[in-house]
Design a protein around this ligand. Structure first.
Ligand code: HMG
Ligand code: MG
Length: 307
């Protein structure tokens, strides 16, 4: 049984938050070794059992681009009915076809706020990425699926440097206008800081996108993720992406490291008295089990302290 922080609420913050778990997808897409599908299945099942309300399971991308997730169909078949509500990434019609064949209900497209990353991650120009997503989102919606959209490089790009807030808002609006229900703002390389989060959420609000349509997706490369969450909470954002044990990165983004660890996020939310519904001990035990499997310790401070 791990210790828990004292609960001392801060006024003006949301009463509850949704943790959107990305460990099996964002975490495992970046692993050097291939993780057996049975281990992935157990990972997803343990995360769901720990109370995580949303577990993004895998990606229906080109298997040559991300060999780590080439077993996506096998994994979703193994999960069966338990995986139907788990979102999966789909970049295009081919990816959507694969998800539809398995009866999945939640898909996510992933765009870029910058030209260079659109080319490196999607093999498309900035403008061509929207043309690729448009028919996919339309077909997904017609089939009754929920579509999330990610936008990457919101707080800086390793090739282009600073990314103006207005540029991110333009890209995000274009993705939402295709028919996505939620927009996740990715700090793909973890360079963002708290004031930047405040400014970006405010700029979206000014452009007519309220905080309840946003999610925040922080990689913890420079140790800013929790401080950025605090800024997001103060700005009224109620969905945060995180990965169990802090696994993660993007194979096509130089210097992207692990996501904000789910355990670190749970610790903060618990201390603030914000409801999240997640069993911290169960997530820590899962991350310790996964770290044993991967042969290296979790980078999460909470896993190290409580595990
Ligand atoms: P492409 O090579 O331009 O594909 O890749 P294409 O459209 O030219 O098609 C070429 C062949 O690939 C065709 O087969 C297609 O059928 C096949 P052929 O006719 O030659 O036999 N193909 C596929 N096969 C299986 N599944 C598919 C698929 N699509 C085409 N979905 C593509 C374009 C988008 C597919 C490729 O660039 C790709 O897969 N990219 C994915 C990269 C990726 O997964 N990156 C990591 C996720 S993003 C991320 O981590 C950031 C995030 O966490 C947020 C943040 O941190 O900022 C979300
Ligand atoms: Mg990511």
């Amino acid at each position: 049984m791990s210790d828990l922080p004292m609960v001392v609420p801060e006024s003006g913050l949301p009463a509850s938050v949704t943790i959107y778990e990305v460990g099996p997808r964002d975490g495992l897409q970046n692993e050097k070794s291939l993780v057996p599908v049975q281990v992935k299945e157990e990972f997803v099942r343990r995360l769901l059992a720990a109370g995580l309300p949303i577990v993004e399971a895998t990606s229906f991308v080109h298997p040559k681009w991300v060999p780590q997730l080439a077993d996506a169909a096998e994994l979703m078949t193994a999960l069966g009915a338990d995986g139907v509500e788990c979102p999966v990434l789909v970049p295009n019609d081919r990816g959507l076809d694969r998800a539809l064949e398995l009866g999945l209900r939640h898909v996510a497209i992933f765009g870029s706020a910058t030209e260079t990353f659109a080319q490196k991650n999607l093999n498309r120009s900035y403008d061509a990425q929207f043309a690729m997503f448009e028919p996919t989102v339309a077909r997904a919606r017609e089939a009754g699926l929920d579509v999330r959209a990610y936008v990457s490089m919101c707080f800086g790009d390793p090739w282009e440097g600073a990314v103006p807030v207005e540029q991110v808002v333009t890209a995000g609006r274009r993705l939402l206008d295709l028919g996505a229900s939620q927009l996740s703002l990715g700090d793909t390389i973890g360079t963002g800081t708290a004031g930047h989060v405040t400014a970006l959420v405010a700029a979206f609000a000014e452009a007519g996108v309220a905080p309840d349509r946003l999610a925040l997706h922080f990689h913890d490369t420079y140790g800013q993720a929790l401080s950025n969450v605090q800024a997001g909470l103060r700005a009224g954002v109620t969905t945060y992406d995180a990965s169990a044990g802090g696994l993660g990165g993007c194979p096509y983004a130089k210097s992207a490291t692990g996501n904000l660890a789910t355990e670190d996020l749970v610790w903060l939310l618990t201390g603030l008295g914000i409801e999240h519904g997640v069993d911290l001990d169960a997530v820590v035990a899962t991350s310790v089990w996964m770290a044993d499997h991967l042969g290296r310790p979790s980078p999460s401070a909470v896993v190290r302290a409580a595990g």
